[in-house]
Design a protein around this ligand. Structure first.
Ligand code: 3PG
Length: 306
């Protein structure tokens, strides 16, 4: 049984060592493809793989078709918009994620980005503080919950909107639920985006929603670039010169954003929210264990293509 780790953005070595230990203890073989530059390298590597561990690597119909022995793909992380679920289902391949395993890392980066933004990108001018500001968490999942926990330490007022979460569950964690996403945007000084990229959410952060924000608002996006309507964002930033947008996912129009809004826009060059040793270990080892449990015992607990 061959397990392939296929990661364009590699895990920390300590995580790969941990995955290897799990895989070999189960009597399986581990193969490693890291930092590949051509899709063909991925197509070649998957040819004899029974299981694949990926991150944001694209597993499309062509990759599935090239993986003739494939039984399971585990996305070591939360979002699985990079996997063609229909193609996997048609080929009888199980797809899983590892929810929650990297969420603290992403939440910590939210605050790294926020402090950088409120202190004017460390340019030496007088900035503002996070204490006492209203933070709106757009989608209250595993990352959102960690963001809320850390925000309380900063002394922020924390609000959240999540269409799949009950108000009482949000309230129970000392967070104020809002009745709609528009209310969240109207209420908060800072919005932290945590919605997944789905057919419903793509481009959903558009002019109509951005217009709800108060003056001097900040948006931090550590989720997906696809949820932002980029043309609307440019127009909104042009007409609202006190708004800041900071993101961990390079927008398609990064060059334009950088040129037009050099002091109010920042993107990390490569998504690094989940890029910590701890998150790599948690998500990578969970992925290995889920593969072993699926192959040996048929456990499908974290399956996402039902
Ligand atoms: C996720 O969905 O888990 C995060 O966006 C992290 O993605 P990455 O593993 O590509 O860093």
């Amino acid at each position: 049984m061959k397990v392939l780790i296929a990661t364009d953005k590699p895990f920390a070595k300590i995580a790969v060592d941990g995955i290897r230990k799990e895989v070999e203890a189960a009597g399986f073989e581990l193969a490693l493809l890291e930092k590949y530059t051509e899709k063909q390298q991925l197509l070649d590597a998957v040819a004899d793989a029974d299981a694949i561990i990926i991150r944001s690597d694209i597993i499309d119909a062509e990759v599935i078709a090239a993986a003739k022995q494939l039984k399971i793909v585990v996305r070591a992380g939360a979002g699985y918009d990079n996997v063609n679920l229909d193609a996997a289902t048609k080929a009888g391949v199980c797809v899983m994620n590892t929810p929650g395993q990297n969420s603290n890392a992403v939440a910590e980066l939210v605050f790294g980005l926020l402090v950088y933004a409120v202190r004017n990108f460390y340019n030496g001018t007088s900035g503002t503080e996070l204490k006492g500001k209203k933070l709106g968490i757009h989608a209250y999942g595993n990352v959102g919950r960690n963001v809320a926990r850390i925000a309380k330490g900063f002394g922020m007022e924390v609000y959240a909107y999540d269409m799949y979460c009950r108000d009482e569950d949000i309230k129970a964690e000392g967070v104020e639920p809002t009745c709609s996403v528009k209310t969240l945007y109207q209420t908060c000084d800072i919005i932290s985006v945590h919605i997944p990229a789905t057919a419903e959410t793509k481009q959903s952060i558009n002019a109509e929603l951005l217009e709800m924000l108060p003056s001097k608002a900040i948006m931090v996006n550590t989720a997906r670039k696809e949820v932002i309507h980029e043309a609307d964002m440019v127009k909104f930033m042009e007409s609202h010169p006190d708004f800041k947008y900071i993101t961990d996912i390079l927008p398609a129009n990064h060059a334009e954003m950088l040129e037009k809004f050099p002091n109010r826009y920042f993107s990390t060059p490569k998504k690094m929210g989940a890029q910590t040793a701890e998150a790599n270990i948690n998500a990578g080892i969970a992925a290995a264990q889920q593969i072993i449990d699926f192959i040996k015992n048929g456990n499908e607990k974290f399956r996402v293509n039902k």
